[in-house]
Every structure is written in structure tokens, then in C-alpha cells.
Design a protein around this ligand. Structure first.
Ligand code: ADE
Length: 361
């Protein structure tokens, strides 16, 4: 038995039956499950990238209610899509989803392509998402490998290689391709993900309840504690910001981010990048306290972690009395309640939360 063809054909058949039997009896009841319409599946798979089912579910519900068909999503204003996505992060996913909806309506008569290669051409659709949608919606035999599936397979094989490496991922994909049920590929994929989410968890896996425990080498060898192995991440870029909540005549200045980069199209407050030292004593940075403004309060340091950036910031609440030359820009002076309808990125939502607490204390 080598690691590539670890099971004989009859064993593979039994493995699939065990897994699928367990899945049918134990799967969570999720709104996109058990339907063959591609659109709910598509929405769910885009939302669940880099997100747990628990975190993603309220977003899924909001999106399917507001945009029940792909044509509604395609016709929507991008700002509204971003607003509904607010708080979920990785906003490029929302932008791509909106763009893809437009293409599906225009070029595919509102349907999702059946061909893997065509699916991959859509914005925001990579090998994982294409396989997830096509297997669930059209019964195409395409195995998905996400974090949960990687964990299940590395443990199954007692594979100790670094799962960050591309060659390890290729090997895992190869095993998934061999194992996937030819008859029920969608259920098989979901079953592997579900097993990783419910039983084969990163810490304290519940091996006793696992339907495929007798095939699992990591369990047999007592290695579930250190498989999968993931090398430490490269350190994140450190950034320090002063976030300025400028208030004038009961209005706050909000600005839109440019169309590119991490938070493209989202809204936030004006920011000034500073050094770590300057963040400690922002009062000493005379020039940033505009001549015509009063510094009302400074927040304690806050932190927000992005995929590649570790951001530390403090919020300055500034009260201003006169217009300044700096106000001509892409900003809007808005009443506090008006901010509710703008898509604001998470770090600045936290800044706003802090600001809201200051007003009455
Ligand atoms: N994560 C991503 N897609 C999923 C699905 N279809 N079921 C369970 N977890 C998932």
C-alpha cells in the first residue's frame, strides 16, 4: 500500500459508503443543501471561502433574501453588495461575485457553466469553488480540497509534509481525486468538509465517532496531534495608523477607498500612517491636529489583523469649526445615522463603535 493508492477498489467502495452514510445521518441542515439549483450553492461557496459555516450563515441568509436570483444580484449596485458584505472581510470576493453575476446573466443566460474550464474563467472562481459548485449542482466528479479536507486526508495517510507546500497540496488533491464517489460527488465533497468541521477538528478530534477511523493511519499511529503540519506563517507587515474622526456641525467626514487594493470601494475615515513611536504619543504630532480643530479624545490602541497586515491604530476624535482646504476630496460630511447605509470596513467600524461610546460618557 503506497500513499497514492492507499486503498484497494473494494476498500475505496466501503470507505465511500461509510462516509456518505455518516454524512446523511449527521449533516447539519444548511439552507443550500439538498437543492439542485446552482445559485444558492454558488452564493454559499463564495461566502464560505476563508469563512466558517457559523460566520458565513447570516451573510448567506441576507444575500439570498435580498438577491434571490442571479439577475437580482447582477442588477444591484456594487455599493449595496458591499454593504451587505460588511464585516466579512476579503471584499474582493464581493466585488468578484457581483462581476461574475453580470457575466452569467449576459453571457450564460443566467446559468452557471457546466464546464470546469469555463467556470474557472469567471472572476472569483478558482479550482476549489469551481469543483464545489459543479459537483453539488451538476454532479460533476471534481474533488474539492479546502482546509478541512486537507486535514482529513493528511491524517488518513499520516502525511507529515508541510500543508503550505504546493507539492503537498497536489498530493492531497490526487488522493481526493481517487477517493471521490463517482455516483455522489457533491455529497462526497460536502461529507469530507463536514467531517473536518464536525469530527476531524484541528484540536481534540473525535475519532471515536468517526466513520472512517479504521482507515486512518494518523489515528492508528497516535499522530493526530501533530498532523497536519503547517509551517509558521511569514510575519505580517506591521502598520500603524491614526484614524481621524472629524466632526463638524454634527456631521462626520467619511471617505471612499480607491477602486484597488485590499479594501477597494469600501468607506472609512481619513487615516494618517505613523511610526510605532508616534502612535504612542499622537498628541505630540502637532501638525495633524488641524489648526481649526479641537482634539476631544484619543482612543487606546486597537488592532486589526488582515491576511498580510497587522494593523495597530488609535482613533482621534476631532471637533472642527470651519471648513478647511483639506475637505475638498472624495469625502462626504454625513450625519451619524447616514453612516449606517455606507459599507465601512471592519477596522473603522470598530473605530466608530469606540466613538459612539464616547459621546455619552
Ligand atoms: N464549506 C464550504 N462549503 C461547504 C459546504 N458545502 N458544506 C460545508 N462546509 C462548507
Amino acid at each position: 500500500m503506497n500513499q497514492h493508492s492507499m486503498l484497494s477498489a473494494p476498500q475505496t467502495g466501503r470507505f465511500r459508503r461509510k462516509l456518505l452514510g455518516w454524512f446523511r445521518a449527521n449533516k447539519r441542515s444548511l439552507p443550500w443543501r439538498g437543492q439542485k439549483d446552482w445559485y444558492p450553492i454558488y452564493l454559499a461557496e463564495i461566502i464560505l471561502q476563508q469563512t466558517t459555516v457559523e460566520q458565513g450563515l447570516p451573510y448567506y441568509r441576507a444575500f439570498i433574501r435580498r438577491f434571490p436570483h442571479v439577475s437580482a444580484l447582477a442588477a444591484a449596485d456594487l455599493q449595496e453588495v458591499l454593504k451587505l458584505w460588511q464585516g466579512l472581510g476579503y471584499y474582493a470576493r464581493a466585488r468578484n461575485m457581483h462581476k461574475a453575476a453580470g457575466i452569467l446573466v449576459k453571457e450564460y443566460h443566467g446559468r452557471f457553466p457546466r464546464e470546469y474550464k469555463q467556470a474557472l474563467k469567471l472572476p472569483g472562481i478558482g479550482p476549489y469553488t469551481a469543483a464545489a459548485i459543479l459537483s453539488q449542482a451538476y454532479n460533476r466528479v471534481l474533488a474539492v480540497v479546502d482546509g478541512n479536507v486537507s486535514r482529513v486526508i493528511t491524517r488518513l495517510l499520516a502525511l507529515e509534509d508541510d500543508i503550505r507546500r504546493t507539492d503537498t497540496q497536489k498530493r492531497i488533491q490526487h488522493v481526493a481525486d481517487l477517493l471521490i464517489s463517482r455516483k455522489y460527488p457533491g455529497d462526497f465533497n460536502e461529507a469530507m468538509m463536514e467531517l473536518g468541521a464536525l469530527l476531524c477538528t484541528p484540536r481534540a478530534p473525535r475519532c471515536g465517532a468517526c466513520p472512517i477511523r479504521f482507515y486512518c493511519r494518523a489515528r492508528a499511529e497516535g499522530k493526530t496531534g501533530h498532523i497536519p503540519y503547517k509551517s509558521p506563517p511569514s510575519p505580517k507587515l506591521k502598520q500603524y495608523h491614526l484614524v481621524m474622526i472629524r466632526e463638524r456641525d454634527n456631521r462626520l467626514l467619511l471617505q471612499q477607498r480607491s477602486d484597488e487594493g485590499l479594501l477597494a470601494g469600501m468607506w472609512g475615515f481619513p487615516v494618517r500612517a505613523v511610526s510605532e513611536k508616534e502612535l504612542e504619543k499622537p498628541e505630540e504630532l502637532e501638525e495633524i491636529i488641524f489648526k481649526r480643530s479641537v482634539l476631544k479624545k484619543i482612543s487606546p490602541p486597537m488592532r486589526h489583523i488582515y491576511s498580510h497586515i497587522d494593523l495597530k491604530y488609535r482613533v482621534l476624535w476631532l471637533r472642527e469649526h470651519k471648513e478647511s482646504a483639506r475637505d475638498k476630496g472624495n469625502g462626504r460630511w454625513l450625519k451619524r445615522y447616514e453612516l449606517e447605509s455606507y459599507p465601512i470596513h471592519k477596522a473603522h467600524l470598530k473605530a466608530l463603535e469606540w466613538f459612539d461610546k464616547q459621546c455619552c460618557s
